[in-house]
Structure formats: structure tokens, C-alpha cells
Design a protein around this ligand. Sequence first.
Ligand code: IMP
Length: 182
Amino acid sequence: METQIPEFYEIYGRKFKLLIGQNEIAKRVKEIAAIINNDYKEKKPTFLIILKGAIFFGSDLLRHISLECEIEVVRARSYGKTMKSSGNVNLDMKVEIENKDVIIIEDIVDTGLTLSKLLAKLNEMHPASIEVAAFLSKPAQRKLEVNVKYVGFEIPPSFVIGYGLDYAEKGRHLPCIYSLAD
Ligand code: IMP
């Protein structure tokens, strides 16, 4: 059942408007899981959840995965307290992915800098394969071309919060996606 949620949400005086609701999210996450279940039916993938942003997407998606699989987590930090990608990405990496079929679970691909850096590091660890599942993508913002096989929703360039995504660490807990409205 859909929780009663407000149309607007405010953080540090900035106003955000509801963009994607709970039912729509749940439906799309289930669809992506079904596609992955089919694509990997001969494999035992390792899902790599990128913290903190992909906590909700990762846990919701994985509950619909019917494959034998493993879960790893890694922390990536990029924005700090701003709404702009800094290009400085710190990765806290201690994952075992050699010879594994890895599916990265990301919250959002914006400029593509985080993902490219992550992919470069992971490829040095000799996985059998790597694909990316991103809950959101802002194609108009791309500075580097990255191959994202599974995308939840393509959205306009506006800054978004909710469903794991934050503005200066606020708003992650919201069950829906809100977009900057001021
Ligand atoms: P990129 O390196 O520019 O692709 O940015 C990737 C990371 O920046 C994501 O994993 C998010 O953590 C963060 N990010 C990008 N866009 C947004 C947004 O609209 N809201 C909140 N975080 C974002």
C-alpha cells in the first residue's frame, strides 16, 4: 500500500516536488529484476551495492532476484554538501570480484565520472564481466560515456532526492523521488 506522502518537501530552505511515486518505483524495480533474472539465468552474479545512495534500490531490487547470487557493498563519495558533481570521487574498496559476473547497483548516473572511476578500479580486479544497474539516469548531464545496461528511469537534469538520494545527507529516507522545484 502507498504511504501518504506530501507533494513537496523542504531541506535547508530548498523546495523539492514529487517526481516519481512509490507504486511507479515498485513496478519498475520489479521489471528490472525480471530482466536481470532472465539475462543471468545461466550465471551466479555478484551484486555490488554502491553506498549510500543505492541502499533502497539495492535492497528492493535484490528481493526480486531469484538467482543464486552474492552481495557486496562499497562506499563512494562525490557531492559532499553541494548539488554539483566535484569530479573527485573517493572509493572505499574492499571487494572480492575476481572471475565473478558483477552487477553494479547505483543510485543515479549524472556526469558519469563516479561510474567511470569505479569501473576502471573494478576492471583491475579481473571480474569475469561487469554491467551496471542504475535506478536513475540524467543523460543530458553526461561528461563521460558509460554503458548502463539497466536503467530505472531517465530524468531531466534537475537535482533529485529520496529513495536513497540525499541533499547534504538529508532526504534519503523518503520513499519517492523529489525534484528541486525552486
Ligand atoms: P556522477 O559522478 O556525476 O555521475 O554522479 C554520481 C553520484 O553523484 C551519484 O552516485 C549520486 O551519489 C550523486 N548524485 C548525482 N546526481 C544526484 C542528484 O540529483 N541527487 C543526489 N545525488 C546525486
